[in-house]
Design a protein around this ligand. Structure first.
Ligand code: PMP
Length: 412
């Protein structure tokens, strides 16, 4: 496939690192536009996974034999890599989890148990993914706290004046996403965090969508917690990160009990391991964690700035073309957006659109995208979502827009 772009990135070379893209689906070349749900896995990551299972597989931290030492060293190398990737003050502030969902549940349970009290308020936005809503509902219920929702405007931007009004001495936590998975809104998280801190609140950033697109610097952001998932960053599934400030992590009780998270266990009582191990009970996804390092290498080699510039180019190109599709209704037109386009087409149900596009080999997401409260606000059941990654091309967007136009013309 010819690739045209003004970027300095060699997109064809990048595509070559994703063999999965080179296939036909329903007799047509695959066009993968479901990257916000899960991006494809870079070859270097797959190779690292294969190497682990073929050569190095052993449990970590416990054994003294060569394979155990090798896998422990590689596992800890990923922690170091995350520490550099998001610029935490120390590697011990990096907890390796199953994903963003587990990271947020860990904080909601552990921090919530220790710090949330009756009458406290948790502020989350109307844009949140269910995984940044439900854990707080559970925590609030346990503590007798309540949840307040930061409103958004009709474009999908957080209304900062309303956020400021909601902040009070009852606000214990502000938990928002960096980038909305449904609308692509890039939230002013730095400003949100600064205002929360002024107000004495703890902050959590859901960076699941941000990590593959924007450079994350937890010290510059000054957040207390940040969560992300490897599988949206060209890495393996089943791996995520919780960044937490040392003093908070040390003050928090363990989340799960089991192997690895203890110092000493007796029937009279147990003492817990230091951070980060205190929060890493049981055998993790060792191979996947090890391979995740290569996903971060892949992103850093391309450079976040280059990735973002190219994805913006794709976004603008697609926006201009989609205007020509009869009955096209964009959902989410925030001031700053990542390469996510949510939309409806008049007279066509989103599920039908998703299926008709699949027939043409085009993978998009349909539905509520795990953001039902956002869909309620927008008074719709769901959208069709096309989300672009660094391996996507303008030529793919041409094919997608042409297919969409043909479908839309049949119904409008
Ligand atoms: N938050 C956001 C903004 C997301 O997009 C997602 C994944 N769709 C999640 C949280 C949950 O991530 P995971 O399923 O990897 O735990």
């Amino acid at each position: 496939m010819a690739v045209s772009a003004t970027t300095s990135l060699d997109i064809q070379k990048i595509r070559d690192q994703f063999p999965v893209l080179d296939q036909e689906v329903n007799g047509k070349p695959l066009i993968y536009f479901d990257n916000a749900a899960s991006s494809q896995t870079a070859k270097s990551v797959v190779d690292a996974l294969v190497k682990f299972y073929e050569k190095d597989h052993a449990n970590i931290h416990r054994g003294i034999h060569t394979l155990a030492e090798r896998s422990t060293k590689d596992f800890e190398a990923t922690r170091e890599r995350v520490h550099k990737f998001i610029n935490s003050a120390e590697a011990d502030e990096i907890i390796l989890t199953k994903g963003t969902t587990e990271s947020i549940n860990l904080v909601a349970h552990s921090w919530g148990t220790k710090f949330l009290k009756e009458g406290d308020e948790i502020l989350i936005s109307q844009l949140e993914h269910h995984s940044n809503i439900v854990p707080w509902q559970l925590a609030a219920e346990r503590a007798g706290a309540s949840i307040k929702v930061i409103p958004i405007d009709e474009h999908g931007d957080i209304i900062m004046d309303e956020f400021k009004k909601l902040l009070s001495n009852k606000t214990k936590l502000v938990a928002v996403n960096y980038i909305s998975n449904s609308l692509g809104t890039i939230n002013p998280v730095k400003e949100i965090i600064a205002l929360a801190i002024e107000n004495g609140a703890t902050t959590l950033i859901d960076a699941a969508q941000a990590a593959p697109h924007v450079k994350i610097d937890v010290q510059a952001l000054n957040c207390d917690f940040l969560a992300l998932s490897s599988h949206k960053m060209y890495g393996p599934t089943g791996v995520g990160v919780l960044y937490g400030r040392r003093d908070l992590l040390e003050a928090m009780p363990p989340y799960q009990g089991g192997g690895e998270m203890i110092k000493d266990v007796s029937f009279n009582g147990t003492t817990y391991n230091d951070i980060p191990y205190k929060f890493e009970a049981g055998t993790p996804n060792i191979g996947e964690v090890i391979a995740f390092k290569y996903a971060m290498d892949f992103i850093d080699e391309l450079g976040h700035e280059n990735i973002q510039a190219y994805e913006n180019e794709l976004l603008e190109y697609a926006n201009a073309k989609l205007e020509l599709v009869p009955g096209f209704i964009p959902i989410g037109t925030a001031k700053k957006k990542a390469s996510v386009i949510s939309f409806l087409v008049k007279n066509v149900h989103p599920y039908d659109l998703g299926q008709l596009l699949d027939v043409k080999g085009i993978a998009v997401r349909t539905g509520h995208h795990c953001t039902q409260p956002l869909m309620d606000f927008l008074e719709i059941d769901g959208t069709v979502r096309a989300s672009f990654a660094v391996y996507n091309t303008k030529e793919e967007i041409d094919t997608f827009c042409e297919a969409l136009k043909n479908i839309a013309e049949r119904f409008n």
